[in-house]
Design a protein around this ligand. Structure first.
Ligand code: UT7
Length: 330
């Protein structure tokens, strides 16, 4: 029996509210010129105060279900990649299961920071191809504005909110998940983290006063790791799949910074710049959601051909990284 895992539908949701570079100029000492030249970002989206990670995730999930032709009752497992869950527990997967009415589904959250969507693809592929589950909903959703310090100019210019989703199944037409390569390095855990709110440093008056519930990042260090790790993950993934960069139609890298994306692209001499898919200028860095949102935008703006190959890669706190190779519609 052919149980090859395929992405049979995609969806995304971006909140309406826009935070522009001009808005940020009024909040911290920065400039549109600095932000554009150092990050390529012009604007990002912000969720409403009463709109949470699960709400955005549920909207993206319903769009992906519609695209796949399945109903919520067809889903038997939900994987949610997020760094900003509604609660420490229960999982955001349970909240989304309730919101979309996927009554038959089990679910769990995947914590791999910005690489969460690629990690979730690997789990979904294994579940589908072993026959453990048939139709898996992957949601990548983030409300990063809730954990961003809008007084810290080195981080607040970067992050945005939003959600992407896809349905992974062995039946129906879709993008084959050919290969997924993953990695992590806990030695570098302190480079990108939220220091408080876990068991090591539980929430208290002091943790709030000291701003320990916000994202902390050693930007420069993270930058170097991001370029090296994503390049290596892509090359390992292509090799493991028996493919090569000449065959890649589109590269979708994590949308953390235009300079990181350009630096990776330069390391692929056979991949022209127009084949590197970018949303960073309009959505900023949406962490786990970024690749999922970009994949949905690519699928909606480009008719994917049978012999196309789409390479996804991401990198984030942990440190974590990964790459996935998708093949054209079958
Ligand atoms: O999603 C997970 C992965 N995340 C990433 O991969 C992000 C990786 N890092 C980055 O994207 C970049 O490191 C940043 C965009 C965060 C920072 O860019 P940078 O070119 O690495 O700048 P920097 O941190 O080296 O700072 C250079 C200068 C500093 O001033 P001094 O010390 O040279 O006087 C900063 O204080 O720029 C200053 N600066 C700013 N100036 C104006 C930092 N943020 C700002 C700002 N506006 N918003």
């Amino acid at each position: 029996m052919n149980r090859k895992a395929k992405i049979i539908g995609t969806g995304s949701y971006l909140p309406e509210r826009i935070l522009s570079n001009q808005d940020l100029e009024k909040m911290v000492e920065t400039s549109d010129e600095w932000i554009v030249s150092r990050t390529g970002m012009k604007e990002r989206r912000l969720a409403r105060e009463d709109e949470f990670t699960s709400d955005m995730g549920a909207k993206a999930a319903l769009a992906a279900l519609k695209d796949s032709g399945l109903s919520p009752q067809d889903i038997d497992f939900i994987l949610v990649a997020t760094t900003t869950p509604d609660y420490p527990f229960p999982s955001t997967a349970c909240l989304i299961q309730q919101q979309i009415g996927a009554k038959q589904a089990a679910g769990l959250d995947v914590q791999a920071a910005c690489t969460g969507f690629i990690y979730a693809l690997s789990i979904a592929k294994a579940f589908v191809e072993t026959g453990a589950y048939k139709n898996i909903l992957i949601v990548a959703a983030e409300k990063l504005s809730a954990v961003t310090n809008y007084k810290d100019r080195s981080t607040c210019i970067l992050f945005g909110d939003g959600a992407g989703a896809c349905i992974v199944s062995s039946t129906g037409k879709g993008l084959g998940i050919e290969c997924v390569e993953l990695g992590c390095d806990g030695e570098q855990a302190n480079l990108l983290m939220m220091p408080a709110g876990g068991t090591r440093c539980p929430a208290s008056k002091e943790t709030v006063e000291n701003g320990l519930h916000y994202i902390k990042m050693a930007g420069n260090e993270v930058f170097k790791h991001a370029v090296r790790r994503m390049e290596a993950a892509c090359k390992e993934c292509l090799e493991a799949a028996g493919s090569s960069e000449e065959k890649v139609t589109y590269l979708i890298p994590h949308q953390a910074n235009m300079r990181i994306i350009d630096a990776i692209a330069k390391r692929f001499e056979h991949l022209p710049p127009e084949r590197v898919f970018k949303t960073v200028q309009k959505y900023g860095n949406t962490a786990a959601s970024s690749v999922a949102i970009a994949l949905d935008e690519l699928a909606k703006t480009y008719v994917i051909q049978q012999d196309d190959q789409i390479l996804l890669t991401a990198f984030g706190g942990g440190l974590t990284w990964g790459a996935a190779l998708l093949s054209g519609r079958k």
